[in-house]
Design a binder for this molecule. Structure first.
Ligand code: C2E
Ligand code: MG
Length: 647
């Protein structure tokens, strides 16, 4: 949707119909005052001319004049009831001009029917009353030039003609005065009409600008700017309507929650522009594929939700078609993209929920589709997953973990284990701190079982702070007996915290740790965040003597140029490429290219997750300098680590 800028609105954009509608509105608003003036003046005339003019003439005139007023009053009421901007403006306009002209004629009739040929005093009185009505007409009718003009001309001309026909000398002067007066009133009417029209145009321009601004604000609140698709908020509204429709028509719809996997890595590795281009293309593919009744929405940076309406008559029958549709979407999205001349491959995970389901609102349904998507992604092999009963359990389990995690720090349930990293001479050069949770009921939990939740809830910042403090305390304790470094995994959210470096300095000072004996492990995506922030933070660490390691290398999209700019000391190969390296030619090829990167950057290469002698031998025969894995040493407690160094 292309938005018109409010500053682009000019008076030329205002149509004559819009101006006419305003003129009609203004004129109708002055009808009650006009009618009041008519009833007062017509009554006065009747009273004052009662002894001068034939009663039947007076009464017929009075009834005609005020009868017309009744018609005008009713018209005014009908106009008001039809709303502020009723349709058929032209009809209202015509009716106004006709009834006002008729009103002019009734006042013109005064000059014919009620004109006293004998009494100059009465003639003067008539001139005053009709003149007053004409002057009032200028004030109330100037919005519509035709109405005002016809009123003035019809009301004033008969009196002027009467004076013209009269042989009385004063009458000639009266005629000249009346013509001059009429001319002046017509000129004023013209001028006033111009001013009113200009004010109307100005008001319409500013109203239009305001409407555009309001529409833009509404659009921004409800639509995603890059793809033009509805956002999560709008989606929720649409889904509420869809659920209601499905309940009434006894049909079943579905929600597909689509996630573009590892989008952050693409975004940081190749740049935000390419990331957004990719998302726009994904959005276009989805839109081109959807049925007319379906809705596609972008709910997050790399998330889309599709609402499919009316896919089956009941929930049981819906499973098969929805899976087929989801697989079609999956195939459609996973075929290569071309962005800025480069071919690109992505993978997607899709979670599905059906609706309507009793007692489940729109928000919950989207959440369940999202959970199904997470499960699909976690699984790694399944791309499309339907939300199931078991997932309810995992959701509630997740909520329990969330609650328990919040208390675990206070209850001292966390512990650090250490896994040594060996050099080619089998010397321990560093030990990696690995977090464990001594759960009171479930025993020792590995990071896989709670770290993602900690990251999502933000608890990772506090937990990471505890890890850093404990690792620093242990480093200070190890310092006198071993020169091995302590390696700490740093989470994205923890590193992204603006107070990260400040908090680290406080910890180092309080624990007396030696920063030169510390090593921090970051993932590729974290370091390649655009802008100077990440590299500034890293340089600060580097100047303190802390070593920088890139963990799980090979899963991102980092380029030489980007890595070259960062103060990296070490690259740790992702465990996926280490496992079975001796028999996998595909992994060997990847490892060889990573070796080239490490050589080019002049950094150490670490093979982690070594489980077999064959793997160890393979890496010993390559450029790798350091080795880590269960074959060499499984993670141990700090006491055990300390004991092994003292041996
Ligand atoms: P990582 O940084 O890649 O750590 C290495 C993981 O590989 C550890 O898993 C370790 O126990 C495991 N490992 C080492 N040798 C072998 C092997 O020979 N075979 C197999 N199968 N696995 C091996 P762990 O302790 O479960 O940690 C998993 C991940 O959790 C870590 O991966 C790290 O990314 C994260 N993590 C651990 N502790 C922390 C922490 O204190 N803070 C943060 N932010 N993340 C942490
Ligand atoms: Mg690590």
């Amino acid at each position: 949707m292309v938005m018109q800028s409010p500053t682009n609105i000019k008076s030329d954009d205002i149509t004559s119909d819009q101006i006419r509608a305003e003129q009609v509105r203004i004129t109708f608003s002055s009808v009650p005052a006009s009618l009041l003036a008519i009833i007062i003046n017509s009554s006065l005339l009747v009273v004052l001319l009662w002894n001068e003019i034939d009663h039947s003439h007076l009464l017929i005139w009075f009834l005609l004049t005020n009868g017309l007023s009744v018609v005008r009053w009713q018209l005014c009421q009908q106009y008001k009831q039809s709303g502020q901007y009723p349709a058929h403006e032209r009809n209202w306009y015509r009716l106004l001009v006709i009834t006002i002209a008729l009103s002019g004629i009734t006042w013109g009739a005064v000059g014919i029917w009620l004109f006293s040929q004998s009494s100059v005093l009465h003639q003067v009185f008539l001139v005053f009353v009709v003149g007053g009505m004409c002057a009032g007409g200028v004030a109330t009718l100037s919005a519509i030039l035709n109405a005002g003009r016809s009123f003035l001309v019809f009301a004033a001309t008969p009196i002027i003609i009467q004076f013209m026909l009269s042989s009385h000398e004063v009458a000639n002067y009266m005629m000249i005065m009346s013509v001059l007066f009429l001319g002046m009133l017509l000129a004023s009417l013209n001028r006033l009409n111009k001013t009113i029209t200009a004010t109307i145009v100005e008001a319409l321009v500013s109203r239009r600008q305001q409407e555009i601004v309001e529409r833009e604000i509404r659009y921004q609140a409800e639509y995603d700017e890059s793809t033009g698709l509805p956002n999560r908020r709008r989606l929720q509204e649409i889904l509420i309507e869809e659920i209601a429709r499905a309940s009434i028509s006894d049909s079943v719809g579905a929600i597909l929650f689509i996630d573009v996997d590892r989008f952050k890595t693409i975004n940081y590795g190749l740049g935000h522009m390419i990331g957004e281009d990719l998302i726009v293309q994904v959005g276009k593919r989805l839109t081109s594929h959807m049925a007319a009744a379906d809705t596609i929405s972008r709910t997050g940076s790399n998330e889309f939700v599709v609402i499919l309406s009316d896919i089956a008559a009941n929930l049981r029958l819906a499973n098969l078609p929805v899976k087929d549709i989801a697989i079609e979407y999956h195939k459609l999205l996973d075929s290569p993209y071309v962005i800025q001349g480069h071919e690109f491959h992505i993978t997607t995970s899709i979670g599905v929920t059906l609706f309507p389901i009793e007692n489940m609102d729109a928000g919950e349904l989207i959440q369940y589709a999202e959970i199904a998507m997470y499960e699909a992604r976690k699984d790694g092999k399944t791309d499309v997953l339907l939300f199931s009963e078991e997932m309810y359990d995992s959701v509630s389990q997740r909520r329990v973990v969330e609650k328990e995690l919040q208390l675990a720090l206070d209850k001292y349930e966390f512990e650090l284990y250490f896994q040594p990293q060996y050099d080619r001479n089998n010397e321990v050069i560093a030990s990696e701190a690995l977090l464990r949770w001594n759960h009171p009921a479930r025993g020792l939990l590995l990071p896989d079982q709670f770290l993602e939740i900690a990251e999502q809830t933000g608890l990772i910042v506090a937990i990471g702070q505890w890890v850093l403090r404990t690792a620093c305390e242990y480093q200070a304790m190890l310092e006198p007996v071993s020169d091995q470094k302590i390696s700490v995994n740093i989470s994205p959210r923890q590193f992204g915290n603006v107070r990260f470096n400040e908090m680290l300095n406080d910890i180092i000072e309080q624990t007396n740790a030696n920063p030169k004996q510390l090593k921090f492990e970051f993932t590729e995506a974290m370091l390649l965040e655009p802008g100077e922030r990440a590299s500034d933070k890293l340089n600060q660490l580097k100047t303190q003597g802390i070593e920088i390691s890139i963990d799980r290398f090979g899963t991102g999209y980092s380029s030489f140029a980007q890595l070259n700019r960062l103060p990296v000391d070490e690259i740790k190969l992702d465990r996926r490429f280490v496992s079975g390296i001796d028999s996998s030619t595909e992994n060997a090829a990847i490892v060889e290219s990573i070796v080239l990167i490490a050589q080019h950057l002049k950094v150490r290469l670490v093979a982690q997750g070594i489980e077999t002698e064959a793997e160890l031998n393979y890496f010993k025969g390559s450029y790798c300098q350091d080795f880590q894995g269960n074959l060499l040493q499984q993670p141990v407690t700090f006491t055990e680590l300390l004991a092994s160094t003292l041996k």
